[in-house]
Design a protein around this ligand. Structure first.
Ligand code: CP3
Length: 356
């Protein structure tokens, strides 16, 4: 039987010969060949054209040794399919035409029927899967309900989430109705991606670190649990990602994902011990390390690999996505370093593992 992609093996905490690696925001942004396409087409246009979206998804894998491709779309893509009018503005992010702040706004978000509403996403996945070899994983993704809600309610990117939290605290019934819809949409969307052949899914809760543990438990956690419970039987690894989550890790570890994303604010070994070794972890190099001199970048990347301590269940990544202006040479250098140094570290540890 062919072995599962390396990233899937690591997510299942099977022993691997080296640490699989990929980068959030690897498709786009730092690649000149992506920017050339972006001169002709908007981000939304690219995501709606499967041939172009598949090409963009594959571009980073031709540049550097990576163990996964992440489908090219945006976390807002399924909302467009569900009838929400929005734009993704360069240098800003998602902007909503009519921000959602009441029950009528929530009801305007239709239930998602992926085959009809986002057929281009599923077609992109099928095209990409054909181009990858068996060792490479195709990662599907969705935005988590809180992060989607934050954009929908604020109407645009926010720092303090005043309107989002005002709705949460001031109109909890409306909040829960919104989260319920977004959780259902996320389940339908990810289920369709799994049907189209993805090897793993990542749920991006990029802004959840704005919440206290109590607010997370009350206003967000039931929906994360519903998503991971609903999808669990598909048998595909599920990565639960957030930023500034060091006070939420213990809670996230109980939500049902198989892999927890760690940003760079928590050392990988400390984060993992708090999550528990029965789950895998992904991370956690500071994306700004890619702006440092090569020797500093290399030392920081090695530190991440060493903190994983040879334990099965580590997927190398950044703690958050590539930033605009990241030097491509350093990204390539980092991908190569992870591949070679993690193989060397695993090799060095092998006799110890046999003794133990
Ligand atoms: O390599 C990849 O990851 C490509 C696929 C992808 C995109 N967005 C395309 C994109 C993925 C996985 C996302 C997820 C996404 N989108 C998240 C979660 C991940 C995270 O970074 O926290 C969030 C919060 C968004 C919303 C969003 N879309 C933001 C904040 C921005 C940045 C705006 C800017 O220009 O700085 C976008 C635009 C966006 N989505 C780009 C890409 C490649 C930027 C480049 C472009 O406009 O072409």
């Amino acid at each position: 039987m062919p072995r599962a992609p390396l990233l899937v093996q690591a997510a299942r905490r099977e022993p691997v010969e080296r640490t699989p690696g990929w980068f959030m925001r690897q498709a786009g942004r730092i690649l000149p060949e992506y920017r050339a396409i972006r001169e002709r087409l908007t981000l939304i246009e690219i995501s709606q054209r499967p041939d172009v979206a598949a090409e963009v998804t594959l571009q980073p894998l031709r540049r550097m040794p990576l163990d996964a491709a992440i489908m090219f779309a945006d976390i807002m893509t399924p909302l467009i399919g569900a009838g929400v009018a929005l734009d993704i503005v360069e240098g800003v992010g998602p902007v909503i035409e009519r921000p959602i702040r009441d029950d009528a706004g929530v009801r305007a978000i239709r239930a998602l029927q992926p085959d009809q509403d986002v057929p281009y996403v599923l077609e992109t996945l099928r095209l990409v899967r054909r181009e990858l070899d068996a060792s490479q994983a195709l990662i599907g993704f969705a935005g988590a309900p809180f992060t989607l809600a934050a954009y929908l309610v604020e109407g645009r990117p926010s720092r303090d989430f005043v309107r989002t939290k005002s709705l949460m605290y001031g109109a909890p019934a409306t909040w829960h109705m919104l989260m319920d819809r977004l959780a259902e949409l996320t389940v339908a969307y990810l289920r369709a991606q799994i049907g189209a052949g993805v090897d793993a899914v990542q749920v991006f809760d990029s802004w959840v670190g704005a919440l206290s543990p109590d607010d997370y438990a009350q206003f967000v956690q039931p929906y994360m649990r519903r998503i991971f419970t609903s999808l669990g039987s598909a048998g595909v690894p599920m990565i639960h990602f957030g930023v500034m989550t060091s006070t939420l890790l213990e809670a996230m570890a109980t939500d049902g994902a198989s892999v927890i994303g760690l940003d760079w604010r928590v050392p990988l070994d400390e984060g993992w011990s708090r999550i528990g070794y029965d789950l895998a972890v992904q991370g956690n190099l500071d994306p700004v390390a890619l702006f440092a001199p090569p020797a500093v970048l290399e030392a920081k990347a090695l530190d991440v690999l060493q903190r994983a301590g040879g334990r099965p269940g580590h997927i190398f990544n950044l703690g958050h996505g590539f930033l605009p202006g990241t030097p491509l040479d350093n990204a390539i250098r980092l991908a190569e370093l992870v591949r070679h140094e993690s193989a060397r570290l695993h090799e060095d540890r092998r006799p110890l593992a046999i003794l133990a």
